[in-house]
Design a protein around this ligand. Structure first.
Ligand SMILES: C[S@@+](CC[C@H](N)C(=O)[O-])C[C@H]1O[C@@H](n2cnc3c(N)ncnc32)[C@H](O)[C@@H]1O
Length: 513
């Protein structure tokens, strides 16, 4: 059998770590080669070396990345894997989350990131089904995401063989499955209806994001996924999960998946044989989570509490009303913490946007409120505040600010779009569709509104109407360069959008014909 050259292996290892975050150091070059040998046929090659030369010479499209991914990932999983984790979560749900939320919005959002063939998110749905007597009164979102499209397809089918039932609870098969053929078990429709599955690459796709419904989770499961990631990606992913959680949300990873040091911004919860990480809602900025020294951050927060960090304009010429000048040593510490996303020479709104994009929500919020205190009609600031609250799951605040933006400028489509996303998430599809139509009335070229409406109509079974909107997206995208980021999309490029939309149109065509 032919082997690939060591320098090509190094280059491919770099490519795979950039596209999927997966780590293939020299000791794993044999695994890398095995993956490439399996992948070559998918791309029409018989010869490994030719395939490698071709791979290294092209700019991979997202579709090719998706196709390649399935050959390098390990999808090992089963129902109620590591049951002690489910026991711990069940306890937290029963004793804390459910009682708390019963008095609020009865909303529960759970993400299984790296869900493989779906056994993990289905186990979560079954757990919710068992403990919530009034399940139908709850708005429950359980999302399973993965980069392996074959695994996602299997997850969507919901049919499993014996191997998925290693050490199952006694009642599992009898209560939640029907034997569809010898040795194959179909999950009950009522459980299936509680989940959605979608492609999402933790290394490159956006999160948190209102657009792809990955935001404000109460619990994120990401077990047996990050252990294959490079150290750098692990710390980025853990930070992005932090921003994708509700205040005091939980992150669940498997034991020894990632170094404890990376979870410095989380509180560690100890259960029998189980460690969970809880987001600590504070005003500090998790700039680089692994460098956080909690004592210092809390101390710093007290120190800076008295100062107006972002004096956009002096509110009054009278000395006693002017914001207190920040002592230089504190100013330095503050700006050091946020230097990656804050520049003292940039416009305040640009800084707010950069703080938002890098997940520094607290600082972005402070700055935006400071901007609004002197520029009361700044609808951009209002919309961004709405987006921040939306990402945190503070729906009421998010709605208030988008409504303020609408009241200040009825012709600005952005806040209507934000409201549509918020309404959709709370199950108000008709109202969400009305807002999206309003966006299109104000801006007929809004890619996101056509896309959103296409999705909503599709869910309502109105396939040809939905296709009309998807085709509009396709047409509008012709005016964009592939690397151009679609406005308000949390960083999705036109190229990625084109691939998503082409797949949807293809699938819908198959459905109709
Ligand atoms: C071993 S399975 C874990 C399944 C389940 N979480 C469990 O613990 O049983 C790991 C999964 O992570 C997925 N994965 C690997 N890299 C990923 C990435 N960059 N983004 C999303 N998923 C990824 C793989 O495709 C695979 O399905």
């Amino acid at each position: 059998m032919k082997h690939i050259q060591e320098n090509s292996a190094y280059q491919l290892s770099g490519l795979i770590s950039a596209k999927f975050g997966l780590n293939f150091p020299k000791e794993r070059f044999r695994d890398l080669e095995n993956g490439l040998n399996k992948a070559k046929k998918d791309f029409g090659f018989d010869d490994l070396v030719q395939f490698v030369d071709w791979l290294l010479g092209i700019e991979l499209t997202s579709a090719q990345i998706e196709q390649l991914a399935s050959h390098f990932t390990i999808g090992e999983t089963y129902f109620f894997r590591d049951i002690k984790y489910f026991n711990a979560i069940e306890k937290i749900l029963k004793e804390e989350l459910i009682p708390q939320k019963s008095n609020l919005d009865k909303r529960l959002r759970i993400w299984s990131a790296g869900c493989s063939t779906g056994e993990e998110p289905y186990s979560i749905a079954i757990m919710a089904n068992r403990i919530l007597a009034d399940l139908k009164d709850w708005n429950i979102t359980i999302v399973g995401t993965d980069i392996n499209t074959k695994s996602l397809k299997k997850a969507q089918g919901g049919i499993y063989k014996e191997w998925s039932f290693r050490n199952p609870p006694d009642w599992l098969k009898a209560d939640y499955f029907t034997e569809s053929s010898k040795g194959s078990y179909q999950i009950n429709q009522s459980i299936k209806d509680m989940l959605t599955f979608q492609y999402h690459n933790l290394a490159i796709d956006p999160y948190p994001s209102l657009i792809n419904n990955l935001f404000a989770f109460d619990i994120i499961f990401c077990r047996n996924v990050m252990m294959y990631f490079t150290q750098d990606l692990m710390s980025i992913v853990i930070e992005k999960f932090y921003h994708s959680l509700n205040d005091s949300g939980l992150l669940i990873v498997s034991p020894s998946e990632a170094s404890h040091i990376l979870f410095g911004a989380y509180e560690t919860l100890y259960y029998p044989d189980v460690i969970l990480y809880k987001k600590i809602r504070t005003d500090y900025i998790p700039e680089k989570l692994h460098q956080i020294d909690k004592e210092n951050y809390f101390h710093l927060d007290k120190e800076i509490a008295d100062y107006d960090l972002f004096p956009v304009q002096k509110k009054s010429k009278k000395v006693n009303n002017a914001p207190k000048k920040i002592p230089q040593e504190i100013e330095k510490k503050v700006y050091k913490r946020i230097d990656i996303s804050f520049s003292q020479t940039a416009e305040p709104m640009e800084n707010a946007m950069n703080l938002f994009k890098s997940g520094h929500y607290d600082e972005a919020e402070k700055l935006l409120k400071s901007i609004l205190s002197s520029d009361k009609k700044n609808t951009g600031a209002m919309s961004l505040l709405s987006n921040i609250y939306g990402n945190r799951g503070l729906t009421e605040e998010a709605n208030t600010w988008s409504q303020k933006a609408i009241d200040a400028d009825k012709l600005n489509p952005e806040p209507y779009y934000l409201q549509a996303m918020l309404l959709q998430e709370t199950g108000k599809t008709e109202e969400a569709a009305a807002r999206l139509k309003k966006v299109l009335y104000l801006d007929s070229k809004s890619v996101l509104a056509h896309f959103g409406l296409g999705n909503l109509l599709f869910k309502q079974g109105k396939i040809s109407e939905s296709n009309r909107h998807f085709k509009n997206v396709s047409k509008l995208l012709c005016d964009y360069d592939d690397n151009e980021i679609i406005g308000e999309s949390d960083g999705i490029t036109a190229g990625r959008f084109k691939e998503i939309i082409n797949k949807i149109i293809e699938k819908n065509y198959e459905r109709v014909h």
